[in-house]
Design a protein around this ligand. Sequence first.
Ligand SMILES: [Zn+2]
Length: 230
Amino acid sequence: MGHEFIGVVEDAGSEVTTVKRGDLVVAPFAISDNTCAFCREGLHTSCAHPQAGFWDGEPEEGGQAEAVRVPLADGTLVKLPVAPDSALIPSLLTLSDVFGTGYHAAVAGGVNERTRVTVIGDGAVGLLAVLSAKRLGAEQIILMGRHAARTDLGREFGATDVVSARGEEGIAQVRELTGGHGTHAVLEAVGTMSILTASRPDIRTWPTARASRSSSSPDPSVMRRSTHVP
Ligand SMILES: [Zn+2]
């Protein structure tokens, strides 16, 4: 969709201090100053700056174009420590959205080496939530998904168990895998309130469920606090 992108800086405005011509940078889907109270909390999608927003809200937005003007460049762009011609670029693009979203969910869920985690959803965000939980050292990572090709990739990324069943049967299987206790955190990567509600019985200690996709959530209070971070 072009609402997030990776690219090389062609030119920078006179007030921009953190990036310069030639830098390889990643731009998340949110435009933010990275300095306000919300940004300091890691809630860049709630940035209070008047120019903050989303690429979809810009008059001529889009990473599909040959060039794009980036508002609040110091806050929005993140300089990457690799050369612009790096073979890693296709993978690094995931930092603009899906990886950051999965990682934010894992961090917000308090995942660490003593944590058992359930990840609901085997799409890109769910799989990268698995990878993030693995990086954070989670003791057990249960991936709930029913697409074999994706859950196989999830196992490569660090899932210790896969549950394909949904609803009560799925919850029962998660409990069985955890000695009847459920997991410390549930990372919801599907994006519906029904899924978020259904995740509660899996959780040992309320409230540690974190929604990692919120665009379809009808509840603004959930949307605000279950946000993405670049
Ligand atoms: Zn801000």
